[in-house]
Design a binder for this molecule. Structure first.
Ligand code: ATP
Ligand code: MG
Length: 302
């Protein structure tokens, strides 16, 4: 299969899960167990397709880097154990580490809390030619902070700025910020890895029962399960409020890791392909110089 054919096929996997306009979005319409028309018998073929996708991604990223015009910002949000880390690891496994950076956003530090909430993320927006990955992002500010308003109290905002409208204001900030980024050549794509509560339980049990996975387990993650419905509500709201043509969400079924990775790889390939990336062309003068240098090198003895 050529890269072109692969890119065409990528749309089949991304279109059902891409949200360009949040107004009609409903989370319950996305089944975390969805694998389109692929069954577990197709798993080996899906893995092959993923490998091809990773190769295509490496090729495209090389051009992105050489061209040095666009930056690509990929944000990953999910409940715990939905597979953010594994997806990032697999999908980006073929790309040149020099052209890619991953930043994880955990609970804010004291320094972070002394600034506006976008500050720590703005510092990590990728430079031109690079792919930046946010493992969690400023979306936590309208997700975990909304489910646990006590975090908002820790943010040291002047009290008169904390009103009922704060979430709507944050959605507006985020929409404007993402528009600003896209107007500056930073291509924004957001991924919500949608795992079911039952599958999360299975994965937590696996972490508890497998010694090599024990380190991944955090008792706090289990506590958050109590707030599942609240989280689904705020996720739906965040997607509805911030999915736009320039900064779409991909709501990716995440109960089957092989399928999640396939969709995410396809979405990134689709994104890079949409940029019409090309290696920079050299002008006549430069070509003459290259040719002269080549001849000089060939004339060298030894
Ligand atoms: P993993 O568990 O795979 O290491 P993770 O992203 O879950 O990755 P943790 O250290 O377990 O990392 O969790 C980070 C926690 O920080 C999450 O519970 C997240 O909701 C929380 N967090 C992130 N940003 C904020 C924020 N702005 N305010 C409050 N909590 C936040
Ligand atoms: Mg965690």
């Amino acid at each position: 299969m050529t890269t072109k054919q692969l890119i065409k096929r990528a749309r089949r996997f991304t279109a059902p899960f891409r949200v360009d306009d949040g107004r009609r979005f409903r989370l319950r319409k996305v089944d975390p167990g969805d694998t389109l028309d692929l069954g577990s018998a197709d798993k080996p073929r899906a893995k092959e397709a993923l490998a091809l996708g990773v190769e295509a991604l490496a090729e495209l990223q090389d051009k992105l880097y050489a061209q040095d015009r666009w930056a690509v910002l990929l944000m990953f949000q999910a409940m715990d154990a939905a597979g953010k880390d594994g997806t990032i690891k697999h999908v980006m496994s073929g790309v040149n580490p020099q052209g890619c950076q991953v930043v994880s956003f955990k609970s804010p530090s004291a320094e972070d809390l002394d600034h506006d909430y976008l500050w720590r993320c703005i510092k990590s927006v990728p430079e031109r030619g690079k792919i930046g990955i946010f493992n969690r992002s400023y979306y936590e500010e309208v997700l975990v902070v909304r489910v646990h308003p006590e975090f908002l109290e820790g943010q040291k905002l002047p009290p008169e700025l904390v009103t009922k409208r704060i979430w709507d204001e944050r959605f507006q900030d985020i929409r404007h910020f993402e528009r600003y980024l896209s107007r500056n050549g930073v291509v924004v794509r957001k991924f919500f890895l949608h795992v079911s509560r039952a599958e999360q339980k299975r994965r937590f049990l696996e972490r508890l029962e497998t010694p090599e996975k024990n380190w991944k387990f955090s008792a706090n993650d289990v506590k958050e399960r109590v707030f599942w419905r609240d989280y689904m509500r705020v996720y739906e709201d965040a997607i509805r409020e911030t999915a736009t043509k320039d900064a779409p969400w991909y709501v990716v079924p995440a109960d089957n890791k092989w399928f999640t990775r396939l969709v995410v790889a396809a979405a990134i390939v689709e994104t890079l392909d949409s940029l019409d990336l090309e290696y920079p062309r050299v002008d006549k003068e430069k070509r003459r110089q290259l040719e002269a240098t080549r001849r000089a090198l060939l004339r060298e003895k030894g």
